[in-house]
Design a protein around this ligand. Structure first.
Ligand code: ADP
Length: 483
């Protein structure tokens, strides 16, 4: 039996999981780290602290498992930016986390330039938004003392989190990224899979600071830890990792992760779609020299709405109890909810709109509002599926993961709303599973056919409901009016 270490470096914590080659979890360890909010809209973290939590969880997971590791995979929060001194390895500024909005004004300025946004969109598949790495790198180069000079002298390295981890965990100090993470920087050309000179010019970023773009199953160097040495043979961004972990290998196969927010991603194989509905085109995976693309849509509030029912409305003290309040017939008795706490993501991309409740009557109850909240999450998913259809992608299957999918009534409601059967894996840690699977491939322990056979699913069969369709139209009418 061979064992694989999967490192999942997320936005609030780092995790290390030891899997056997059949995807059974042998041991795991998790550690949170601190996010800092130095100004309104700014989100930072200490790169050393992130690295420290990764090292600590690796050690713990290895100690508990007491097995020899054959290979390791890394998956990570995407878009987050670190710049460090090539010689000393010391970061010159905190990590700017993907949620950080400090470059909003810069993005708005750039948007005024004729055709610039459409050129960027065409080349990268992304929207001109502070979310992505490019403007964050530019901000550090322009605002941190000496940074630009160091960059021009070749003394500076840039990396998203996987690159920073590979640099620091490997003896060889490799400066490498993978194509999925690179596709989120807004500096890589989706077609050539190379750093794009005209994009670098637009953001005034010297090429010398950028890592080498590799396929996900490349050899990224080896880790020495607890008297063991093993290679990193898989690197992939978190959402792409979940897509791979869920075995969405064919065109039209989609995964949807219901955590705090909700991230949907559908495999579009060799085709790069230019979405009319403001979905993002991105690299889904790159194995050897074979690349597959994906379309991505994100909904800002999913689990957040359940936390709001729990913490502010105080309808229940534990999220799991929300299930008891959902009406068996999914009838919210005319109550409608628009979960726009912080604006709306795909396909609306509106940061001004706020949440609202509609259709309250004298006898409206907490059951009605809870049911309305779950319906709204399902309706938002349906909006994205409809947007995909407009773009010419019909979704052939949906697999779900994330904390919310423990709620079986929610999954039945989702299945009915989408008129699609839904599959929930027995192992809902799809993100860590994806990196595990890529590492299995990269190390040659299993091939792609063998990988598809790992894992089992629970299926929710759709009960088509004309009533739900009417409800969706009413919900959409409220939303359109608000927008
Ligand atoms: P993240 O990775 O974004 O931190 P998780 O995947 O851990 O999030 O999911 C946590 C979210 O799932 C929380 O918002 C929580 O309220 C919600 N959640 C957890 N259990 C349930 C449940 N049984 N029903 C509905 N929502 C739930």
């Amino acid at each position: 039996m061979k064992y694989i270490l999967s490192i999942d470096q997320g936005t609030t914590s780092s995790r290390a999981i030891v899997f056997d080659e059949n995807q059974n979890i042998i041991s795991e360890s998790q550690k949170e780290y601190q996010l800092h909010y130095p100004k309104d809209g700014w989100v930072e973290a200490n790169p050393d602290e992130i690295l420290g939590t990764v090292k600590e969880t690796i050690k713990k997971a290895l100690e508990i498992s007491e097995v020899d590791i054959a290979a390791c995979g890394i998956t990570n929060q995407r878009e987050t930016v670190v710049l460090w001194d090539r010689l000393s390895g010391k970061p010159i500024y905190p990590a700017i986390i993907w949620q950080d909005r400090r470059t909003s004004d810069l993005c708005n300025e750039l948007k005024k330039k004729e055709n610039l946004e459409s050129e960027i969109r065409k080349k990268t598949g992304l929207l001109l938004d502070p979310y992505f790495s490019a403007t964050k790198i530019k901000w550090i180069l322009d605002n941190v003392e000496n940074a630009r000079k160091m960059a021009e002298n070749g003394e500076l390295c840039f990396g998203t989190i996987e690159t920073y981890l590979v640099w620091n965990l490997t003896k060889e100090k490799k400066h490498k990224t993978d194509a999925t993470n690179a596709s989120r920087t807004m500096l890589m050309n989706l077609e050539t899979l190379e750093w794009d000179n005209s994009l670098l010019e637009i953001f005034n970023i010297p090429k010398s600071i950028l890592p080498e773009i590799c396929s996900c199953d490349d050899n990224f160097g080896s880790i020495d830890v607890s008297n063991q040495r093993f290679p990193i043979t898989g690197v992939i961004g978190d959402q792409q990792s979940a897509l791979f972990g869920q075995n969405c290998f064919e065109f039209g196969e989609m995964k949807s992760t219901y955590g705090t927010g909700c991230f949907l991603m559908v495999n579009t194989k060799e085709k790069i779609y230019k979405s009319e509905a403001k979905l993002l085109s991105t690299v889904g995976c790159m194995l050897g020299n074979k690349v597959s693309y994906a379309l991505e849509g994100s909904i800002f509030s999913a689990g957040t709405s359940i936390q709001w029912l729990r913490d502010e409305m105080r309808f229940f003290d534990d999220s799991s109890k929300s299930e008891d309040l959902i009406d068996d017939e999914f009838d919210s008795k005319g109550v409608n909810f628009i979960p726009a706490f912080t604006g709306l993501g795909a396909p609306h991309w509106n940061s001004e709109i706020r949440g609202s409740i509609h259709g309250i009557q004298r006898d409206s109850s907490k059951e009605d509002l809870t049911t309305a909240v779950f319906k709204a999450i399902c309706f938002q998913t349906l909006e994205i599926v409809e947007a995909l259809e407009l773009d010419g992608v019909s979704v052939s299957s949906l697999k779900v993961d994330g904390g919310m999918v423990k709620n079986r009534k929610f999954l039945q409601l989702l299945s009915n709303t989408l008129s699609t059967n839904i599959k929930k894996p027995d192992q809902i840690e799809s993100t860590a599973v994806g990196a595990f699977k890529i590492a299995l491939l990269g190390s040659g322990i299993k091939n792609i056919d063998e990988i598809q056979e790992i894992g089992s699913y629970d299926e929710f069969k759709s009960n088509k409901s004309p009533q739900l369709n009417d409800d969706y139209q009413i919900w959409k009418a409220y939303l359109t009016r608000n927008l």
